[in-house]
Design a protein around this ligand. Structure first.
Ligand SMILES: Cc1cc2nc3c(=O)[nH]c(=O)nc-3n(C[C@H](O)[C@H](O)[C@H](O)COP(=O)(O)OP(=O)(O)OC[C@H]3O[C@@H](n4cnc5c(N)ncnc54)[C@H](O)[C@@H]3O)c2cc1C
Length: 480
């Protein structure tokens, strides 16, 4: 069963029993909880799409490891076409979901880890890449979801992992025996952890010799003993709990804190332990891939923002107003730049010795910097176009009342031909797109903080050669 159906996916969730806490309660069958189930639905849609004639063109590919049909979310990037196909797939899904479908962090981590485990094996004769490809074959054959546990809680940001007052601020190996390792620590903002099957633990930064117990990469099943998922709060939760006024009627997002309270990992799922020199490259590869993913995803979400703004204008009776058309063009400029940089980063990708392709880091990070700054401007323009109805709409529960419901329908009506119900639904979507804290913050920090994007651009862009260009033109001797 290399491709699962939506129904089979839900059955796998029923069979898993992650240790989960939501708003102070320990929760069983967590995937059905009102704060979780809308993201479960988004993930389930990806399985539906894998079986859909149109969707499968984006989501299904052939495994280099087995030759089987597999989910594109589980394939190494072994060509530039794989990277381009990823961007198109993420754009396609984001346009259908209007937000997160969560399978991209694991997808990016697979290739990031693949490149460096291969490099480590070549230098030290370890067998990490062999173990890792066995793991990848297994998740491919089951069509499982892998989420990447990258972001540690990090304590005092000015201190390295081994310098922290509490040594558990970065995930580390606390014990080893002949059969495996025991890990302890906590990963923050783990998008969709409760909709997944496996966590691929990845170091969050480069490590030095002193930090080598923190240079760990391994796979852990989502309901492993000692693993605890604690739901992290976001906006618009009251609506989800009451199951009305949702804005995005079907889909949402959550990102728990995941604690690894002495979790035992058998050796065959350990892909890096102590070879500290590879930790930085794994997370840098991951960051570049993930910023490249955002270029497809956030262009897709951007298209939803543009569609919501244009529909709001229609529903306000202003379909052809020139200043609104200008703003739509400005919004398109940003979303297409985000997308275009990711497409270009795929075209300029470079093959690594493992056979996996690395994206162009300058272009993928440029895409993400556009997203971090300019996508907020797209959101602001959507709100400017939509107007004050972006907030303050009475609840569906008020509309359902016999006494005030008809009055609300009457007074919140827009132009002829548009029902009040549709108008309210659309403005709730605008509100969700504008104020969902996880999306707004993730636009800026998802895939790493903007400063890391700038640092990566500077590290990879040759400023000295640019200085020479300028000096030559100015008639200054550059000595060549
Ligand atoms: C909604 C959402 C979803 C996410 N999903 C995932 C996920 O699925 N998986 C995952 O692993 N992570 C995920 N992340 C985490 C994301 O990658 C991090 O938020 C990001 O890397 C920033 O890390 P941080 O939040 O710890 O901020 P910090 O690292 O604390 O950064 C805060 C600020 O401090 C600066 N700073 C930090 N350290 C230093 C220093 N030593 N010197 C100078 N300046 C410094 C940064 O540049 C930044 O400006 C998600 C985040 C969000 C908001």
């Amino acid at each position: 069963m290399a491709i699962m159906t939506r129904e089979q996916y839900y059955k796998t969730l029923e069979d898993m029993h992650p240790n989960a806490y939501i708003l102070g309660e320990k929760v069983e069958n967590v995937f059905e909880h009102p704060l979780i189930k809308h993201m479960t639905a988004a993930v389930a849609l990806t399985y539906h799409m894998e079986n859909d004639p149109e969707g499968s063109k984006y989501l299904v590919t052939e495994s280099d490891l087995t030759g089987e049909k597999v989910s594109r979310f589980l394939k190494f990037y072994t060509s530039k076409d794989d990277l381009l196909a990823k961007v198109e797939m993420l754009k396609f899904l984001a346009q259908n979901i209007g937000g997160c479908y969560m399978r991209c962090t694991g997808m990016d981590a697979l290739s990031a880890v693949g490149i460096e485990t291969y490099n480590c094996d070549q230098k030290y004769g370890t067998e990490y890449f062999k173990r890792f490809t066995e793991f990848v074959k297994m998740v491919q054959s089951k069509d499982f979801i892998v989420f990447s546990g990258v972001t540690d809680v990090k304590g005092d940001r000015s201190q390295r992992p081994s310098q922290q007052a509490d040594p558990d601020m970065y995930l580390r190996v606390v014990d080893r025996d002949s059969k495996g390792i025991t890990i302890r620590g906590a990963k923050m903002h783990q998008t969709g952890s409760l909709n997944s099957h496996w966590c691929l633990v990845v170091p969050t930064r480069e490590m030095r010799e002193d930090d080598k117990d923190y240079a760990v990469c391994c796979a852990v099943p989502n309901d492993a003993e000692g693993m605890i998922h604690v739901y992290g709060r976001g906006t618009l939760e009251a609506q989800a709990m009451e199951e009305c006024d949702m804005g995005n009627a079907q889909y949402s997002k959550f990102s728990p804190l995941v604690i690894f309270n002495d979790v035992y990992v058998p050796n065959d799922k350990v892909f890096l332990d102590g070879h500290h020199e590879y930790a930085g490259d794994i997370v840098r590869n991951f960051g570049n891939y993930h910023r490249h993913s955002h270029g497809g995803c956030k262009c897709g979400v951007g298209n939803v923002l543009i569609g919501a703004a244009a529909t709001a204008a229609d529903y306000n009776g202003l379909p052809k107003t020139s200043h609104i058309q200008n703003k739509l063009a400005e919004m398109l400029k940003v979303t297409e730049a985000i997308y275009g940089c990711s497409v270009a980063a795929s075209v300029k990708a470079v093959k690594t010795p493992s056979g996996i392709y690395n994206v162009d880091p300058v272009l993928s990070n440029t895409s993400k910097l556009f997203e971090g700054k300019e996508l907020n401007e797209v959101i602001r323009m959507m709100v400017e176009i939509a107007g004050g109805m972006t907030t303050d709409i009475p609840s569906d529960k008020d509309f359902a009342r016999d006494d005030i419901g008809p009055l609300l329908k009457k007074y919140l009506h827009g132009p002829e031909g548009v029902s009040t119900e549709d108008r309210v639904k659309l403005f709730r979507l605008v509100e969700k797109l504008a104020f969902e804290s996880r999306d707004i913050v993730s636009n800026i920090h998802g895939g790493g903080s903007p400063e890391t994007h700038r640092m990566t651009i500077l590290r990879n862009a040759d400023i000295e050669s640019k200085k020479k260009m300028a000096k030559r033109l100015a008639g200054i001797d550059v000595g060549d």
